[in-house]
Design a protein around this ligand. Sequence first.
Ligand code: XMP
Length: 509
Amino acid sequence: MILIIDFGSQYNQLIARRVREHHIYCQIEPPRIGLAGIEALSPEGIILSGGPASIYAKNSPRVDPGIFDLGIPILGICYGMQYMVDALGGEVKQAEKREYGLVELHIKKATGVFSEIEKKTECWMSHGDTIARVPRGFRITASTSNTRVAAAENAAKKFYGLQFHPEVVHTPKGKRMLRNFLLGICGCSKTWTMKAFIKESVQDIRSYVGYKKVILGLSGGVDSSVTAILLHKAIGKQLTCIFVDNGLLREGEAEQVKGLFRKHFEVNLKFVSARKQFLRELKSVSDPEKKRKIIGRIFIEAFEKEADKLQGVEFLAQGTLYPDIIESRSAFGGPSAVIKSHHNVGGLPKKMKLKLIEPLKHLFKDEVRVLGKELGLPENLVWRQPFPGPGLAIRIIGDVTEARLSILRKVDVILLEEIRTMGLYKNLWQSFAVLLPLKSVGIMGDQRTYEHIVAIRAVTSTDAMTADWAKLPHSLLGRISNRIINEVRGVNRVVYDISSKPPSTIEWE
Ligand code: XMP
């Protein structure tokens, strides 16, 4: 395994992705992991990430310098390189000229991380500090016009430093450099595959759970579905999934979940039909936060009620992914403002005194998809776009009623059909419709109409933190609009949302 020490760079997860693309397992840990923690992981190589701090700033993040005595190859990237230089007796100072963006890199000798890379290539720089003097035993291996020490190495000790970012696509040979480090220098072998992951996880889950019972809140989304099937493979009927039908799902979704999990996979599934209760409590509520709170509360109540009926449950399984774990303990992560209260089962274990089990907590989303496929989940589920816990309730602006839900469901079917037909579904982070509490005048045949407006939202994104409105072809938008107005009674106008996040959010509520 490769250990990545997190100095707070925005590219950290990218480094991890790049390592895993080579089928090598890696973990991101904060600097406070300490020497004992590092030795316990026995990594074959360590990558010191970049970060926003200056090495001279008070409280700049530092890892135990004992790592340089472990005999493990180390690659420092940007701040990570500066930390290494500083810790080993070199000198870092503020650069006269900050260097940012794409720069030509001159490699002095194509060995080590630069093995088999031509001497002139490009790299992505983003730094304000620069290295004035390398530590004893190091030599400069690459420069740019502004940065004399763009790369340095102590080949005998297998320490390498890159002032630029090899992990971003803008450094065209970055992938090769990382490969050189991982395979050539650290001598890692490509053993990290989803097949191997399944085998290992199944064993781990079995020994952790023993003969005890586990419950899981199944939503029908990718993460909880994959968690369910992985657990089912490990402990079979010791797992009970609870699916709460809140009546706020899309057309046919609840039935699909039932069919797939109960019939196909033969998972123990408790199907709780709480549609009426959700709608009753949402009656005349139009404030988005109130809607979210109500939905969250009833979900937890329904879940707990069902869980109470089961005897001897000791574990609660959740489909937490790696990015959530990394973000919650980042070197610089502080509490962020609550923009929307998210509805998930995070509050459950504390209240229910259950032990948590999170088998996907070291995986990225795309790995979860590969895992799902490997476990036999159907393609359309594995590639499902994210769907919010509060469901269609936050896509109906204003009151949520059965009539409005029915309109929105029909609109949604058409929209997704057209997006899929164009082969765009997988390229979009999300594509959905929002029903507005506004009516507008239209004309159909010779008749005046006065009906609902529907907004279409389609965005591209990699992590939902930022998102761009999708530049869908006009012909597609035209077809979607025509079909919705012709086929869905109650809608006579379709608009397209052209706002990005930030400043807008993806969902409207
Ligand atoms: P926003 O609207 O905040 O959404 O830009 C970011 C992403 O999160 C999804 N989302 C939710 N997911 N429970 C969830 O499980 C929620 O309450 C919730 N609210 C928003 C949203 O669909 C988008 O992908």
